[in-house]
Design a protein around this ligand. Structure first.
Ligand code: MOS
Length: 738
């Protein structure tokens, strides 16, 4: 391959740094009004009065929408895209119920944002409120079996052998409980939608990781045919999963625009980003490991509990990794939910795996100390020959190569195993490691290629680019398979009327959309060849296409020295573009035959000042086996970004709910701590050479989620090594190590 694998700069980099890139809220429509959501200040109950008449007379106010005057919407079901498989989405402004703190209860529409904000702040609402239940560890919180688990990616109960007996009888045991805080997505770009109706057709300029789903969902909510709704989203300022679903603000923007008969812009405040747009659920997990004195696992129990809302069952793959990560004859995993009076959680980078692996990899580290075996050696002794849960070979698995590469680079050999044994002046130094893994998914996707008379290839797919560099990597894929320089490829995404793609999440965009682009390029090239041999004025006229070959985007007779014909030479003859649209999906035989996952090894070093308890991450080295690396620059950025997310998860991020009313008390960026530049040390991401011929024609296993997975346990394990204190609740606080 000549373009795939090259460290190409971002094709949209200039547009992004010069401000030419337009994000949802940057789109303005003639006659546009501004809407501001009024969020419930009760955590459970109902709205008894809204003094709308008072603010309707306020300067610039055009309308106040509440459940009393908002149009009743049909909320038809639609083919579920990303919504939880059990439950019914929040019906916004359809009744007086308040299900959670921050739920939208009114919408003020005004001529300016300032007027809308002032009126929204002045709107007096009276509630009849009850105390919500927001703590999943509360005795009253009932645990339920997720109804759709095992039909979705999340697994509820799985068992092989007899794990309970094996753990009970094991020579060496670890049996502990691990807690993780609720986290909220805090991308730079807040959620935003501009809605404009033209008759019964609706255009949405809206932040979305899944345009065709937003189109289908809004159409279903309003009872319209899907083709009446168009979603446009050329750029995303980070999302991490929060824009996978279509949240109530999109419905509200469309509802308001229809109500006032003018386009409406609606942008969530930073505070509102903590209310109705999902969060990483708080989890509590028990992991019990049994092992022989030689460090062979004999039993694993992993019981996980996540949280969900009262109206939907959000499920994530909390315990999935435990089934396949290590060799063990007796494994039992269990996943439960508690239903709380909160908004529905949502996928957040590395959803499920990142939380589950914190518990498993902390427990493995604990086991290594009990056994007196080096943590990496412990993983080596339990390296499986196949996926023992599925009884299938892995399509590729380079976990041990990842450990070798990263430990060498990190200098693991310099580590003295005893806790509290390493110092730098008065700082305690700790080194920890953990495994990372994430499935190599593939979903059906389609793409279109147009070869134009001026030599440009236009490529289109309804994908998103939330930051990984999809514009650039897809340009590389098209350039590769057309044999063109990347400058001659124009890749477009971000419109729901482009060929359909799956959600931009789950690390499957390259596998899915990339494979579709490849297929469309191959077809366009074949069409160009057929057109050339039928053209009496071209030198290949009359040849059999089988006697021709393409090289660097030029067509010639096989073995001939001639320069050959470019696409431009062929297309310019008639001026009619060659156009090909193709879909691609993974062959079911391949999916049945192999277990497909990425693997990685993450090493972290921390320095802890025991006088004041500060925990500093000094460096992180991760090595990953992700199949073919399409662009090493982008891949490195993905991984260092994920490591930063992992530092946040380990040491900072936590949404705190007030037990009295369910209010997120730190719903702003001053008190919801996230790593800033000063918190970030040297981060290194390495990739092992890995060839996976099975996953897809590109051999790319996908990259994104795995970048966060494994970082938090590596840091927590390093904190133990530094201090001898095992902290089993994230984020780790200063007081935990003092
Ligand atoms: Mo990612 S949580 O699949 O956007």
């Amino acid at each position: 391959m000549s373009v795939i694998g090259k460290p190409m700069n971002r094709v949209d980099g200039r547009a992004k740094v010069t401000g030419a890139a337009r994000y949802a809220a940057d789109f303005n429509q003639p006659g546009q009004l501004y809407a501001v959501i009024v969020s419930a200040t009760a955590g459970l109950g109902r709205v008894t009065d809204i003094a709308a008449a008072e603010v309707e007379r306020a300067p610039g106010v055009v309308a106040v929408l509440t459940h009393r005057n908002a149009q009743k919407l049909p909320y038809l079901p639609h083919k579920a895209g990303i919504d939880p498989a059990v439950g019914e989405r929040l019906h916004v402004l359809q009744d007086d119920n308040v299900r959670f703190y921050g739920q939208p209860v009114a919408l003020v529409v005004a001529d300016t944002l300032d007027h809308a904000e002032r009126a929204a702040a002045a709107l007096r609402i009276t509630y009849e409120s009850r105390q919500p239940l927001v703590d999943p560890t509360d005795q009253r919180a009932e645990k339920i079996i997720p109804e759709a688990a095992n039909r979705t990616r999340a697994l509820a109960d799985r068992s092989r052998g007899d794990a309970d007996t094996a753990v009970a009888r094991a020579a060496v045991r670890v049996d502990e409980t691990y807690d993780m805080a609720r986290e909220n997505h805090n991308p730079m770009e807040p959620h935003a939608t501009v809605a404009a109706w033209n008759g019964d057709r609706l255009t949405l300029w809206s932040k979305s990781q899944y345009l065709v789903n937003e189109q289908a969902e809004i159409a279903a909510i309003f009872g319209l045919p899907a083709e009446n709704v168009e979603v446009i989203c050329p750029f995303i300022g980070g999302a991490f999963g929060t824009s996978l679903r279509t949240w109530p603000h999109v419905t509200l923007a469309a509802l308001a625009a229809r109500h006032v008969g003018r386009p409406v812009k609606l942008v969530l405040t930073r505070k509102q980003m903590f209310f109705t747009t999902g969060h990483r659920p708080r989890t509590r997990q028990r992991v019990a490991l049994g092992a022989t004195p030689e460090g062979r696992l004999t039993g694993i129990i992993h019981e996980g509990m996540g949280e969900t809302s009262r109206y939907e069952q959000f499920m994530e793959a909390l315990t999935n990794v435990t089934d396949y990560l290590y060799s063990c004859p007796n494994v039992r995993t269990q996943y439960r939910l508690t239903q709380l009076d909160t908004g529905t959680p949502n996928h957040m980078r590395g959803p499920g795996e990142a939380s589950g692996i914190f518990a498993l990899e902390s427990a493995m580290d604990e086991l290594s100390y009990k056994l007196g075996i080096d943590p990496i050696e412990l993983r080596r002794r339990n390296e499986p020959q196949m996926d023992e849960a599925e009884n299938k070979p892995f399509s590729s698995r380079s976990l041990m190569q990842c450990y070798e590469l990263a430990s060498e680079r990190f200098g693991w050999a310099r580590r003295t195993p005893e806790p509290r044994s390493m110092r730098d002046g008065r700082l305690l130094i700790g080194m920890g490691a953990a495994t990372a893994t994430y499935p190599a998914f593939h979903a059906p996707a389609s793409a279109r290629v147009r070869l134009l008379a001026d030599g440009i290839a236009e490529v289109e797919a309804a994908a998103s680019d939330m930051g990984p560099g999809t514009y650039t990597s897809m340009t590389q894929v098209a350039a590769e398979f057309l044999g063109l320089p990347p400058e001659q490829v124009r890749f477009r995404l971000g419109r729901s009327d482009y060929p359909q793609t799956p959600s931009h999440g789950g690390s499957w965009t390259m596998a899915s959309v990339g494979s579709a682009i490849r297929a469309a390029c191959v077809e366009a090239q074949a069409q160009a060849a057929r057109r050339a041999v039928a053209d009496a004025n071209l030198p290949v006229f009359g040849a059999s296409v089988n006697d021709l070959e393409w090289s660097e985007g030029r067509l010639r007779r096989r073995g001939e020295a001639a320069t050959g014909l470019s696409y431009q030479d062929i297309v310019a003859r008639t001026g009619v573009p060659v156009e090909a649209e193709r879909s691609a999906e993974r062959a079911s035989e391949v999916a049945e035959r192999y277990s497909m996952h990425s693997f990685g090894a993450v090493f972290a070093e921390v320095a802890i000042d025991l006088d004041v308890g500060t925990i500093r991450v000094r460096r992180i080295v991760g090595a990953y086996g992700i199949g073919r690396v399409v662009n090493p620059l982008l891949a490195r950025s993905q991984c260092t970004g994920g490591m930063i997310g992992g530092i946040g998860m380990a040491l900072m991020e936590r949404t705190v709910l007030d037990a009295r009313d369910g209010r997120p008390v730190n719903a702003h960026m001053a008190d919801y701590l996230m790593p800033v530049n000063l918190d970030i040390p040297k981060l290194e991401a390495l990739f092992v050479d890995e060839v996976d011929p099975h996953v897809n024609p590109l051999g790319a296993k996908g990259l994104g989620e795995i970048a966060l997975v494994g970082t938090a346990p590596a840091i927590a394990n390093a904190v133990f090594h530094a201090t001898g204190r095992r902290v089993r609740a994230l984020p780790i606080h200063i007081e935990d190590v003092l």
